[in-house]
Design a protein around this ligand. Structure first.
Ligand code: PLP
Length: 378
């Protein structure tokens, strides 16, 4: 009975943790690139100065000014807003508040963001998938058929990594079929790039709707770790029960409040406009590259494209210090790479690196290809 000695740390761990594959974050993937276009970050660091100095005191759990400003920005009441350590923490809080480990399930529709499954696995909750259709619309009958035991449905719109918005009629259909049964979390991490598509106005109609937001993308503050969950006050109160007592440090709350000031919002909107222009240029240039088969429509700060030999393309750019995100392993995304819209100069370098690469059946780039047809299926 004395096998304690042989008890490895591995075998002490929870089974679901032993089996876990950690999220492949951009930084973990390494590489020694100088053009980082793999994590949908903004390429230039915004400048802030700390105003708060009370570091001897614990911070507020839900810093009042941050909540007030985000509520005003989103057009909601203060009690409809929860601030957390990134939207990623919001994803996890929802599972912890609503899903019984070993019993309940979450549902999501690949290809999509990787943290829904990682959080579910970590907590010991089943991650059920219903693959999106070929045009990336939701497979509504399949979702309805898979709802048994599901407490939480994640829908990402605009979707990462595909870049498309989910049709509002489909979002409504999911909200109707889950009424009284499950929470629907709409991940709006990129909504600042298409603000008219936000579903915040639907909160009046759906008590089981939660919306995830972040300062990491359009606000250019991925390093701050600050995100939001928007929902009716009853749902927010439940999340408040499971959140850590001090989820945001004092400097984070200080900078978040500044980013959400009138001036901060104006800067964010100007940044969104600039990224939109660079994205249009990047898309147009990509369609002219021989090695590019398809460029997908994007409402975000990244572009997904399908390449004739994506592993080779990825490696070629990697060797030149340009780091993209390989989406080749996601269901339905064979040959696809995701490119963050960086500075104009960074995008120019991507195109310069892609231009010499051959297309299917070619051995070298053909010289005249300015009559490339539009490669957008949607
Ligand atoms: C980046 C991203 C997040 C995470 O945002 P953080 O606030 O940085 O944790 C959540 N969802 C999607 C779809 C994202 O792309």
């Amino acid at each position: 009975m004395s096998n304690e000695k042989n008890l490895s740390i591995q075998s002490l761990a929870r089974q679901n943790v032993r089996e876990l594959t950690p999220y492949q974050s951009a930084r973990r993937l390494g590489g020694n690139g100088d053009v980082w276009l793999n994590a949908n970050e903004y390429p230039i660091a915004p400048q802030f100065e700390l105003t708060a100095q009370t570091f001897n005191r614990y911070p507020e759990c839900q810093p009042a000014l941050v909540i007030e400003r985000y509520a005003a920005y989103a057009g909601l009441e203060n009690d409809q807003v929860l601030v957390s350590r990134g939207a990623d923490e919001g994803i996890e809080l929802l599972i912890r508040a609503f899903c019984e480990p070993g019993k309940d399930a979450i549902l999501y529709c690949p290809p999509t963001y990787g943290m829904y499954s990682v959080s579910a696995e970590t907590i010991g909750v089943e991650g059920r998938t219903v693959q999106a259709k070929e045009d990336w619309s939701l497979d509504l009958p399949a979702i309805e058929a898979a709802l048994e035991g599901v407490k939480l449905v994640y829908v990402c719109s605009p979707n990462n990594p595909t870049g498309n918005l989910i049709d509002p009629a489909e979002l409504r259909a999911v909200l109707e079929m889950t009424r009284g049964r499950a929470i629907v979390a709409i991940d709006e991490a990129y909504i600042e790039f298409c603000p008219q598509a936000s579903v915040t106005g639907w909160l009046k109609e759906y008590p089981h709707l939660a919306i995830l937001r972040t300062l990491s993308k359009a606000f250019a503050l991925a390093g701050l770790r600050c995100g939001f969950t928007l929902a009716n006050s009853e749902l927010i109160a439940l999340l408040m029960k499971v959140i850590a007592p001090y989820p945001l440090s004092t400097p984070v709350a200080d900078i978040a409040a500044q980013a959400l000031s009138d001036e901060g919002l104006a800067i964010m909107r100007a940044r969104v406009a600039e990224i939109g222009e660079t994205r249009a240029w990047l898309k147009q240039q990509l369609t002219r590259c021989d090695c590019v088969e398809q460029v997908f429509t994007s409402e975000t700060n990244y572009v997904l494209a399908r390449f004739t030999a994506s592993s080779q393309v990825f490696k070629t750019l990697w060797d030149q210090g340009i780091i993209l995100r390989d989406q080749n392993k996601q269901p339905g995304l064979s040959g696809c790479l995701r490119i963050t819209v960086g500075t104009h100069e960074e995008c120019r370098r991507v195109i310069a690196a892609l231009q010499p690469l051959p297309g299917a059946g070619q051995t070298a780039a053909s010289p005249d290809k300015n009559t490339a047809p539009s490669k957008e299926p949607m």
